[in-house]
Design a binder for this molecule. Structure first.
Ligand SMILES: Cc1cc2nc3c(=O)[nH]c(=O)nc-3n(C[C@H](O)[C@H](O)[C@H](O)COP(=O)(O)OP(=O)(O)OC[C@H]3O[C@@H](n4cnc5c(N)ncnc54)[C@H](O)[C@@H]3O)c2cc1C
Length: 430
């Protein structure tokens, strides 16, 4: 019988794995549960959708991450329920006891009350979503060469991206570049035949960045031939149609990149009054206000710093994970919560990429744009990727794509990608 404390971590994203890493090989038993068998590096998903990177290069099996840590057990299960009074977690097939529980279940796209739009758009949040989008884009491009119907062809070569935050801008930029590449390869298509719309309700792209960088990004988007529609509200989405406050757009590819909301935690913890964006309010130690045994972090937590909630960023989740891992070491060794230091987010800056040699980086003392920001973006993302092999392969693929303009992962396959690994009930029976 082990007398060590048991920590359960739900979610192997940025928050979950950095918390687990800090507990690796310490005197505590850790159970990491994720409905997927991998950690996913979401910031590079758009490059999977673009056919630059293979899915294996932006994800790493959780089992591999913790191969050297005897005290960490990984289980691929979906948590369905939590009994806080009994300190127990329920999955479809098992129940587990905990001394401390960490919830890092992340976020999903927010349709602001219009969840029915989801079926007519693509989103970038999972490997399945990125691969579906890649297959779709490549199929549209190939089909445009063989159709005899001019109108159908126009829609195949029209792309609408909703939301001009970093994900929307990145996606619009890369689609424009793929299309340009395609037009160069296939003389039957002119670049002018391709339309990329970027729809934004606000008055500028990359809203949270300084006006200087946002203005630069607008110029860079225009240079890529992207039609940026600012101050434009989406009113309705139907199959291949986006109705906006400024008119109707037809496009066979509609990508939703307009805001996220917390997922999982509110339901699992039975929280009556979630914070804005379906998040859970936590105290300065990332604890639930009424339960010292439960911690929530990353995209699904609302952590207030200087009277503002921290943004849903990988860097926030990562710093919170590291902080929490350290705190849990102390708590599991018998220290009291009053001996812990509160969490404080150290903002090292934000970045976004627009296209080849075009990016912006807002650092505490410096605002960079163009090639300098582009190189910095690449370096930072390489360093943040988990796994040496992934870093090496991604660097190689980037150099290859840059030198030869060759999007080598654009194979279309007809696999139906699920967003969740499935353990079927039949499989679980003898
Ligand atoms: C396209 C895109 C681009 C981005 N670019 C950037 C960027 O450039 N810079 C940046 O800082 N941030 C970026 N982000 C945001 C960043 O990825 C998130 O802030 C970060 O992943 C949040 O980490 P997390 O640990 O809270 O959740 P996640 O990383 O989302 O992990 C949540 C995990 O929980 C698991 N899970 C959920 N529910 C359950 C359940 N019931 N049972 C078991 N497992 C469950 C999921 O499978 C997942 O593995 C981007 C996000 C997206 C989608």
């Amino acid at each position: 019988m082990s007398h060590r404390k048991r920590v359960i971590i739900i979610g192997g994203g940025f928050g979950g794995i950095f918390a687990a890493r800090k507990l690796a090989n310490y005197d505590v038993d850790v159970l990491l549960i994720d409905k997927q068998n991998h950690h996913l590096f979401q910031p590079l998903l758009y490059q999977v959708a673009a056919g630059i990177l293979s899915p294996e290069n932006v994800a790493i099996p959780l089992r591999l991450v913790f191969a050297e840590s005897d005290n960490i057990t990984v289980r691929m299960e979906e948590v369905q329920n939590i009994d806080r009074s009994g300190q127990r977690v329920f999955t479809d097939y098992n129940e587990y006891d905990y001394d401390y529980l960490v919830i890092a279940t992340g976020s999903t796209y927010n349709f602001f009350g219009n969840d029915h739009w989801q079926k007519d758009v693509f989103t970038l949040k999972t490997l399945g979503g990125a691969l579906r989008l890649k297959n779709h884009i490549q199929t549209q491009l190939e089909s445009s060469l063989i159709t005899h119907d001019k109108e159908a062809r126009k829609k195949m070569l029209s792309f609408a991206i909703v939301g001009a935050g970093p994900t929307g801008v990145e996606m619009a930029g890369i689609i424009s570049e793929i299309a340009r590449q395609f037009a160069q390869e296939e003389k039957a298509i002119n670049f002018e035949d391709i339309t990329v719309h970027l729809i934004e309700a606000g008055e500028r792209p990359l809203g949270p960045f300084s006006t200087y960088l946002s203005d630069y990004s607008l110029r860079a988007l225009h240079k890529l031939g992207i039609q940026v529609k600012l101050n434009t509200m989406v009113k309705d989405i139907k199959p291949n149609i986006v109705e906006t406050s400024e008119g109707t757009l037809e496009a066979n590819t509609i990508i939703w990149a307009a805001g996220v909301r917390g997922v999982g935690a509110v339901k699992l913890l039975n929280i009556d009054k979630p914070a804005r964006g379906n998040k859970i309010q936590v105290d300065e130690y990332l604890n639930l206000h009424d339960d010292d045994k439960v911690f929530v972090l990353g995209d699904t937590a609302e952590f207030m710093q200087e009277d503002r909630p921290l943004p849903g960023l990988g860097s926030v989740a990562k710093q919170q994970g590291i902080y929490l891992g350290r705190s849990l070491r102390k708590l599991c060794a018998g220290k009291d919560k009053s001996e812990l230091k509160p969490f404080k987010y150290d903002d090292l800056g934000t970045m976004a990429i627009i296209g080849k040699r075009a990016a912006v980086a807002e650092l505490p003392m410096l605002h960079l744009k163009g090639s300098a920001a582009w190189i910095l973006w690449g370096l930072v993302h390489l360093l943040l990727l988990i796994g040496f092999r992934n870093r090496a392969v991604v660097l190689f693929d980037w150099i290859w794509t840059y030198l030869f303009g060759n999007y080598s992962s654009r194979v279309i396959n007809n696999v139906n990608y699920e967003d969740k690994a499935t353990v079927s009930p039949e499989l679980m029976k003898s």
